[in-house]
Design a protein around this ligand. Structure first.
Ligand code: HEM
Length: 819
C-alpha cells in the first residue's frame, strides 16, 4: 500500500516534468504566441502548427526518411528516435495529406483514450482488410464497426468477456487447451530436448483456446469429427489469411483482386456450421450465449470470426516474446519456480511492456480537443477507403512543341554526330511543318480566328474560353464514357472471380474424361476463362480499349490546338491578315503577360502549369487505397518528372500557348475532381464499382490522426527505470527490489489500449498466457539457441525479425548438456 502511494506521487512528479516537456523545444516565435487561442480561462494553447515536427517535402512528406531508416518494418524504432529528438508529442506527415500526431506521454495518452474518444471511438483500419471487406462484400467484426452498430455489439460483448465472472466461461477451456499443449511438449521432450516451431505451435494453441471458448467446454462435442474439422479450418485458414494480408501491403494492386482468398469463405462456412450445431447443444460456450442474446447468426459470425483472427497473432506473438525473454534468463526461470501464478502475470506484463504487439494505437479525434498544450481539430476521417484496381491514369499528355524560330543547335565535336544532329533537326522541322500545315490544325486555327472575331473577346479570353468549351464538349463526355467502361470492367472481373471455381471444376472433369495432360488442361482452362471474359465484355459492351478513347482524342486536340496557336504567333500563312492577328496577340494579353507572343518571363504560367499537372497526378494517386502496383508507381514517377521537365519548356514558348496548356490542365483537374463524386457519377450514368470512393473529397483534404506510441512510452526511462531491462518484479508491489526502481508509470504501458475501445479479449489473453507460461516454466527448461539478438519488426503486429529458436527439455532431467 505504501509502495503504491509512493508510486502514485512519483507518477505525478514524472508527469509534471513531462507537461513542461510538451512545450515545443523550438520555442514559438513572438508572432505565433500572439496567435495562440485562449480556450480555458487564461490558459494559452498552442495550435498544431506550433507542434514540433520534422521538416518534410510537400507531397511525399517524410517518406524518404522512413525509407532510409528501413521502411515500415522499422516504424517503431523510427518513431522512437523522433520522440527522443522532438519530445513526447510531435506531428509528422508520412506522405499523403494526413498529419499523424504521435504521443508517448502517458498523461496525454490516457486523456486521449479516456476523455477524447467520444461515444464511438474510431481508429484507423488496416487497408487490406477494408479492401477485402469491400471487394468480397463480407462484413467484419467489432474492430471494423463504427458508430451505433459498434456500441450495441460492444456492450453485448463487454457483458460476456469483461465481467468479473468471465472466468466461468474461459477458465476451463483455457486449462484444457494448456494441458493438451503441455502434454504434446512433454511427448516431444520425452527422449531428449527438442526445438519446437514456436510460432506455429503458439498460433495453433491460441486458435484452439478461442475456439474452445466459443464452442464451450463440451468434451463429447470436442471429440467429434466436426469439431476437429472446424479447428483445422480455423487455425490453418486464419494463419494463411494473416500471412496473405500481411503480404497484401506490399503487393501490386492487381494482385489484390487476383488472389483467391477462398480460405476465408471456408472459414466462414465452418462458423455457420458451428452456429447451427451450437443452437442444438447444451454447452455453455460463448456462441451459445450470444445466440441466447438474440444476436443474429450473421452478426455472431462476424464477431466471432474476428475474435479468432484477433486472438491468433496477438497472443501467439506475445507468448513467443515471453518465451524468448525467459529462455535467455536461466536465473529468472529458477526464481519464477518458487513464485505463485500471480508472479507470471508480472512476467507477461513486463514482456508486453517491452514488446507490445500493437506498438501504435490510432484514434481519430471526433471533435476539436485540447491535448496537453495543444488545441487540435477533430479529424473527419472517411469510413471506408477503397482503391481502383483497374484505375486508369488520366495524366495530361504533354508534347514538346516549344521550338523557337531562332533557336540554334549547339555544335557537337564529332562531325558524324554533328551530321546526325543536323539531320535530326531537319527531320524534326519537317514533322513540325507537316503538322503546322495539316488540315486539322488549319481547321482549329480558323475556328480560333472565327471565335475571336465573333465573340469580340481579347485573345487571352479567346484562348481560355475556347479551351474550356472544347475540353468540356469533347473530353468530358469521353472521360465519363471511359469511367463508365472501367467501372463495368471492374464489376465484370468480380463476376468472373465467381465463375473461376466453376471453370476449374469443369476443367477437372474434362481432364479426367479426356485424359488430358497438365499442359493441355492449363490451355483448356485459359481458353475457357478467356471465352467467359469475352462473353461478359460483349454483354456489357465495355472493351477495356474503349476506356482509352479519351486519351486518343485528347492528344491530337492538344497538339493541333498548340500548333494552331504557334501558327498564329509565327504568321505561318504569310498573308497580311496574319500580321493583324500577330499584332492583336501582342496586345491581347492580361496582367503580367500583356504580350501573348512572348514567353512568360515571370514563370508564373509555366510553374502553375507544372503544379496543376502534378496535382492531377497526386489526386489520382491519393484517391487510391494504399500501395499501388510497381508499374503504377513507375508511370506516376515518369509523369511527375515530365510535369517538372515541362515547366522550362512552357517557359520558352509564346505565352498564348502556355496559357492554353495551363487552361487545358486546369479543366482536366476540374474534370478529375468532378468524376470522383459518387452522386455525379450516378448522374452521368457511371455504374457503381468497388473502387469508388464514398467520400472522395474528405479523403483528399488534410486530416489529423492521433497515434499513441505504445512502444516508446513503455521503453521510456522517465516512465520505467532501467527501461530496457526485463524485470518482472517491477510490477510486484510486494517485492522489495522494486524500491530501487524510481520511475514506474503503469499507464505508460498499454498493450491492450485503454477506455471503451480497448481490447475485448484482454482477460482471455491474460489468462491463457499466464496459464501457459506457468505450466511451461514448471515443466520444462528452456534455452535460447539464437546467437544474435532477435529484434522486433513492425508487421501487422510486432514480430521477431527472425525465427526464435528455443531448446526445450523436461525439467529435472539430465538432458541439459545436450543443448
Ligand atoms: C496479447 C494479446 C492481445 C493484445 C496485446 C491485444 C491488443 C489489442 C488492442 C491494443 C486493441 C485495441 C485496438 C485499438 O484501440 O485500436 C485490441 C482490440 C481488440 N481485440 Fe485484442 N489483443 C489481444 C488479444 C485478443 C484476444 C485473445 C481477442 C479475442 C477475443 C481479442 C479481440 C479484440 C477485438 C475484437 C478488438 C476490437 C475491439 C473493438 O474495436 O471494440 N484480442 N486488442
Amino acid at each position: 500500500m505504501f509502495l503504491f502511494n509512493n508510486c502514485g506521487s512519483r507518477y505525478k512528479i514524472a508527469n509534471m516534468n513531462r507537461l513542461t516537456r510538451i512545450i515545443p523545444q523550438g520555442k514559438p516565435s513572438i508572432q505565433k504566441r500572439n496567435t495562440m487561442t485562449s480556450i480555458q480561462g487564461n490558459e494559452a494553447l498552442l495550435s498544431i502548427a506550433d507542434m514540433p515536427h520534422p521538416t518534410s517535402l510537400p507531397i511525399i512528406g517524410t517518406k524518404l526518411h522512413l525509407l532510409v531508416a528501413g521502411s515500415g518494418i522499422r516504424l517503431h524504432e523510427y518513431i522512437d528516435r523522433r520522440h527522443k529528438k522532438l519530445g513526447p508529442i510531435f506531428y509528422e506527415k508520412l506522405g499523403g495529406n494526413t498529419k499523424f500526431v504521435f504521443i508517448s506521454d502517458p498523461v496525454v495518452m490516457k486523456s486521449l483514450f479516456l476523455n477524447h474518444d467520444g461515444k464511438y471511438p474510431t481508429h484507423l483500419l488496416p487497408d487490406p482488410w477494408v479492401l477485402y471487406e469491400k471487394l468480397y462484400g463480407c462484413k467484419r467484426g467489432l474492430f471494423f464497426m463504427n458508430g451505433e452498430e459498434w456500441l450495441t455489439n460492444r456492450r453485448v460483448m463487454n457483458k460476456h468477456l469483461l465481467r468479473d465472472d468471465v472466468d466461468k466461461l474461459i477458465k476451463s477451456p483455457v486449462e484444457e487447451s494448456v494441458a493438451k499443449f503441455i502434454k504434446s511438449w512433454k511427448k516431444g521432450a520425452e527422449n531428449e530436448y527438442f526445438v519446437p516451431n514456436l510460432e506455429s505451435e503458439f498460433y495453433r494453441f491460441s486458435t484452439e483456446v478461442i475456439i474452445s471458448i466459443l464452442l464451450g467446454n463440451n468434451p463429447e462435442e470436442k471429440s467429434t469429427r466436426h469439431s476437429n474439422m472446424i479447428m483445422e479450418m480455423f487455425s490453418e485458414s486464419v494463419k494463411r489469411i494473416f500471412q496473405t494480408t500481411t503480404k497484401l501491403y506490399g503487393l501490386p494492386i492487381e494482385w489484390y483482386q487476383r488472389l483467391n482468398l477462398k480460405e476465408w469463405r471456408d472459414f466462414k462456412d465452418s462458423v455457420d456450421m458451428s452456429l447451427s450445431l451450437d443452437k442444438r447443444q447444451e454447452n455453455k460456450g460463448l456462441i451459445k450465449r450470444l445466440c441466447e442474446d438474440n444476436l443474429s447468426d450473421e452478426m455472431i459470425t462476424r464477431i466471432i470470426a474476428d475474435f479468432v483472427i484477433a486472438a491468433g497473432d496477438t497472443t501467439a506473438y506475445t507468448s513467443l516474446w515471453i518465451i524468448y525473454l525467459l529462455a535467455n534468463q536461466a536465473k529468472l526461470m529458477e526464481e519464477i519456480q518458487s513464485k505463485d501464478q500471480d508472479f507470471i502475470k508480472h512476467v507477461v506484463r513486463e514482456a508486453m511492456r517491452l514488446y507490445p504487439v500493437a506498438p501504435f494505437l490510432t484514434r481519430i479525434l471526433p471533435k476539436q480537443s485540447v491535448l496537453g498544450q495543444y488545441k487540435l481539430e477533430g479529424g473527419v476521417r472517411i469510413k471506408y477507403r477503397s482503391f481502383s484496381a483497374l484505375c486508369v491514369t488520366k495524366p495530361e499528355i504533354f508534347g514538346c512543341l516549344g521550338t523557337s524560330r531562332n533557336k540554334t543547335v549547339t555544335p557537337i565535336i564529332n562531325n558524324k554526330r554533328n551530321l546526325s544532329v543536323e539531320s535530326f533537326v531537319k527531320w524534326q522541322e519537317g514533322i513540325y511543318t507537316g503538322i503546322s500545315n495539316s488540315y486539322p490544325v488549319h481547321v482549329i486555327q480558323d475556328g480560333l480566328l472565327y471565335f475571336h472575331d465573333t465573340s469580340g473577346l481579347p485573345w487571352w479570353g479567346t484562348v481560355v474560353t475556347s479551351t474550356i468549351v472544347i475540353r468540356s464538349l469533347m473530353t468530358l463526355p469521353l472521360a465519363v464514357y471511359s469511367n463508365s467502361v472501367l467501372a463495368k470492367v471492374e464489376n465484370i472481373s468480380l463476376e468472373l472471380k465467381d465463375l473461376v471455381n466453376e471453370l476449374k471444376r469443369e476443367t477437372a472433369i474434362a481432364r479426367k474424361s479426356f485424359k488430358l495432360t497438365d499442359k493441355q488442361t492449363a490451355v483448356l482452362y485459359r481458353r475457357s476463362l478467356k471465352k467467359q471474359w469475352v462473353k461478359l465484355i460483349e454483354r456489357d459492351n465495355c472493351h477495356p480499349f474503349k476506356a482509352s478513347l479519351v486519351v486518343w482524342f485528347q492528344i491530337p486536340i492538344w497538339i493541333c490546338m498548340s500548333f494552331a496557336l504557334r501558327n498564329l504567333v509565327y504568321m505561318s500563312s504569310g498573308d497580311p491578315a496574319s500580321l493583324v492577328t500577330f499584332m492583336e496577340l501582342s496586345a491581347g494579353g492580361i496582367g503580367w503577360i500583356p504580350n501573348l507572343t512572348e514567353p512568360d518571363r515571370s514563370w508564373i504560367l509555366p510553374v502553375a502549369f507544372g503544379l496543376t499537372n502534378l496535382s492531377i497526378i497526386e489526386i489520382q494517386r491519393m484517391s487510391k487505397l494504399r500501395e499501388p502496383s510497381k508499374m503504377y508507381n513507375v508511370f506516376t514517377n515518369i509523369f511527375r518528372t515530365f510535369s517538372i521537365v515541362m515547366i522550362p519548356v512552357a517557359a520558352s514558348v509564346p505565352s498564348c500557348m502556355c496559357l492554353y496548356w495551363l487552361t487545358s490542365s486546369s479543366v482536366g483537374l476540374a474534370h478529375n475532381l468532378i468524376l470522383l463524386s459518387p452522386s455525379l457519377r450516378r448522374k452521368f450514368g457511371i455504374p457503381e464499382a468497388p473502387s469508388e470512393l464514398e467520400h472522395p473529397y474528405s479523403h483528399i483534404k488534410e486530416e489529423i490522426s492521433m497515434i499513441a506510441s505504445i512502444y516508446t512510452s513503455g521503453r521510456d526511462k522517465q516512465n520505467f527505470s532501467q527501461a530496457d531491462q526485463f524485470l518482472p518484479y517491477r510490477w510486484d508491489r510486494s517485492d522489495p527490489r522494486r524500491t530501487g526502481l524510481m520511475n514506474h508509470v503503469p499507464s505508460a504501458s498499454l498493450p491492450f489500449a485503454l477506455g471503451a475501445r480497448s481490447c475485448i479479449g484482454k482477460k482471455i489473453a491474460m489468462l491463457q498466457m499466464t496459464e501457459l507460461v506457468y505450466q511451461i516454466v514448471n515443466n520444462f527448461e528452456l534455452k535460447c539457441l539464437n546467437t544474435t539478438e532477435v529484434k522486433p519488426i513492425t508487421s501487422q503486429v510486432l514480430v521477431p525479425n527472425g525465427e526464435i529458436k528455443v531448446a526445450v527439455s523436461l525439467r529435472g532431467t539430465e538432458k541439459k548438456e545436450q543443448f
